[in-house]
Design a protein around this ligand. Sequence first.
Ligand code: 5GP
Ligand code: MG
Length: 177
Amino acid sequence: MEDDIDRVLVDEQVIHKRLDVMAKEIRQDFPGEVLVVVVLLKGAFVFAADLLRRVPRMLEIECVNVASYHGGTESSGVVSFLDHKLPEVKGRKVLLLDDILDTGRTLKAVVDRLLEEGATEVKTGVLLAKDKPHAEDVAADYVGFYIADEFVVGYGLDYQGRYRNLPYVGVLKTPVS
Ligand code: 5GP
Ligand code: MG
């Protein structure tokens, strides 16, 4: 698996140090509140697990399965809610976590849905954000790292279901498409 990696973009120690800082920001932004955290599967599961264990607040963690890639390396632009059951968020503050902000369509679609369902506030956190104009008018409130516009894997991010368990974020050797 490691042989397929051309270069490491963000290594494990660097990720963990950054998560300490992000967790502190989140703790300060939500003092003493019970927060609903919505984790977008599958990509955000590693990020969420490592980040949320650094947030000693009363959290209600929910997972929602969405997909926008359908196996390729380009966002399809169609965000499907694979798991239609959204958590009860009426009157609640929500922290939405995803692995990466690319076109922004995924975050936008889910933020809109959560607001429609009556969330009073939705803050968004991503491990990575691609440094490019996002098709949708969204910005994440908490961003781990800004990266160039290239396809990355690891630390939860996959290529055709693989590489999610790499402890770092890297770029694959062979150009994939
Ligand atoms: P968006 O809706 O912002 O275009 O895309 C967000 C989703 O596309 C992410 O949740 C992630 O699953 C996937 N994605 C976007 N860029 C990459 C990438 O560079 N690598 C991988 N593995 N997935 C990506
Ligand atoms: Mg994905």
